[in-house]
Design a protein around this ligand. Structure first.
Ligand SMILES: C[S@@+](CC[C@H](N)C(=O)[O-])C[C@H]1O[C@@H](n2cnc3c(N)ncnc32)[C@H](O)[C@@H]1O
Length: 310
């Protein structure tokens, strides 16, 4: 809460550019806000290393205060606060009302229970541009600096070294790509890879992405695509890889089967591959982060992180 309030009071931009201590009065004047309130918020901000309290009521920036002016970190914080937290608060009541059934219907998740609408969560986001921007920022930032698949997967041996890949071959089609951060990461890591990179997502997402991200600089094409209602549009010039990251965990098995069936006609035998990047929960002693993601997809879209057996 303190980070959200500090963000709303425009404290982080002032703090982030400071090279000498900023006084409480200077911070309070950014909005402007009541200095005693800012002091209370700043105690918690400093206690959690989002600022350093260099003297009573004087503050210096830390790495975290600088992070809080970055678009993805703002997206994570705002989406968690405005979309996810109200839903988490309502989830116990929702689960009680279902007699503790495991949520499996994307139209009847805690998100719909909390916000009283009838579409799936992604359609709802597409109808709420501000929430969509927050969510896309959340997805852009939630990966943080953990390794990307291109860092450890044998990309050259398994993907790039194939005689049929030409300059016009779709090399990597990221389906449900959000802002295309994974494609941009791939382009940076393999700048000379042959073929095209293609970002696919719902049309409202494609529009939002174009306002937020310079895809042209990374030579990434965009295609509007609804994977439930359309056959995969990249066909003929067969793609080498169709990539899904954090997409299949949004959907139960029957829905995932529809996604794959719509992809089938665009798969060239012996050439096209599917790469899916998801957490796989161990049968015992799972770590906290994947379990929290399991809860996040449960409340948002009745999704699930799958186990190895599953
Ligand atoms: C959890 S996000 C993952 C985004 C990105 N792959 C990542 O890992 O950061 C799921 C993505 O699937 C997209 N999506 C949801 N329903 C879709 C549909 N019917 N057709 C195409 N994309 C869809 C959403 O818009 C969103 O960008």
């Amino acid at each position: 809460m303190a980070v959200k309030v500090a963000h709303d009071m425009k404290i982080f931009p002032v703090l982030a550019k400071a090279t000498s201590p900023v006084t409480l009065v200077e911070l309070a004047s950014a909005k402007p806000a009541d200095p005693p309130l800012v002091e209370r918020i700043m105690r918690l901000i400093a206690a959690n290393e989002f600022a350093e309290e260099s003297a009573p009521c004087e503050y210096l920036p830390t790495a975290l205060s600088k992070e809080m002016i970055e678009r993805p970190s703002i997206g994570i914080m705002e989406s968690l606060f405005l979309e996810f937290l109200p839903t988490f608060v309502k989830t116990p009541e929702y689960l009680k009302s279902t007699n503790y059934r495991n949520p499996d219907n994307p139209l009847l998740a805690p998100l719909q229970y909390t916000n009283n609408f009838k579409t799936d969560g992604f359609t709802w986001l597409c109808q709420n541009p501000e929430a969509l921007t927050r969510f896309n920022g959340f997805m852009e930032g939630q990966r943080a600096d953990r390794p990307r698949w291109g860092d450890w997967f044998p990309v050259r041996e398994q993907i790039l070294n194939h005689p049929d890949i030409g300059a016009d071959t779709p090399l990597l089609v990221d389906i449900g790509a959000g802002r295309g951060h994974d494609l941009i990461g791939f382009r940076k890591r393999f700048p000379n890879a042959p073929g095209k990179l293609v970002l696919e997502d719902l049309s409202a997402v494609i529009e939002e992405v174009q306002g937020a991200q310079d895809l042209t600089a990374a030579d990434i094409g965009t295609v509007s695509y609804d994977f439930f209602n359309q056959v995969q549009p990249v066909q003929g010039e067969w793609a080498r890889v169709y990539y899904f990251k954090n997409v299949l965990h949004d959907w139960a098995d029957e829905k995932a089967a529809i996604i794959f069936n719509n992809l089938k006609p665009a798969m060239k035998p012996g050439f096209s591959k599917i790469i899916a990047e998801e957490y796989i929960l161990p049968d015992q002693n799972a770590r906290s982060l994947p379990c929290m993601t399991d809860m996040a997809v449960m409340v948002f879209c009745s999704g699930l992180e799958r186990t190895q057996q599953r």
